[in-house]
Design a protein. Structure first.
Length: 167
């Protein structure tokens, strides 16, 4: 059975344990931090004033832009442009895709071709099956015209494939 150990509520007073005064001087570190902060702030103010001076000097030395050039200047940069609002563009693109994928619509009204929603198209395929297309030409192998049948090459024979009967 374990015995409960009572810990003292106050730390023991040990006069031999203390921090070393020679490690770091808190006053010097604080002074350095304050001095560094003041240096950064003063340099920022000086740079701000310097750039304001340069801007004012440039405005004085530059001739004004004629109104004809201002009118003829393009309003937007040439193509291709960066997206102004990519989040809005993505939202519009997803909305447009949703309209195409989940709603009825005409593909070619003259020939009577319509677009079905995905769910309805899957129901039609499940009921009727995939459409069968007539072959447009005869091939000897797979989808590549003039390719040998799998059983006619050594690799196909090694895997036990039999050559397909040709007409």
């Amino acid at each position: 059975m374990e015995q409960l150990v009572k810990h003292p509520t106050e730390p023991e007073n040990n006069p031999t344990v203390a921090h070393e005064d020679s490690d770091a001087d808190a006053r010097s570190i604080t002074r350095f931090g304050i001095g560094l902060t003041l240096t950064v702030v003063v340099s920022q103010v000086v740079l701000w004033l310097l750039f304001a001076h340069f801007s004012h000097r440039e405005d004085k030395s530059s001739p004004p832009v004629p109104s004809l050039i201002k009118m003829q200047a393009p309003k937007e940069p040439p193509e291709p442009r960066l997206q102004g609002n990519p989040q809005l563009d993505l939202k519009i693109m997803l909305r447009d895709e949703d309209a195409v994928l989940h709603h009825y619509g005409w593909v070619d009204p003259d020939r009577g071709i319509v677009r079905l929603p995905i769910e309805r198209a899957m129901e039609v395929v499940a009921q009727k099956g995939l459409p069968q297309f007539k072959a447009t030409g005869t091939t000897t192998g797979g989808s590549i015209p003039g390719a040998p049948n799998p059983g006619e090459n050594p690799i196909g024979k090694a895997f036990g494939e039999q050559p397909k009967a040709t007409k």
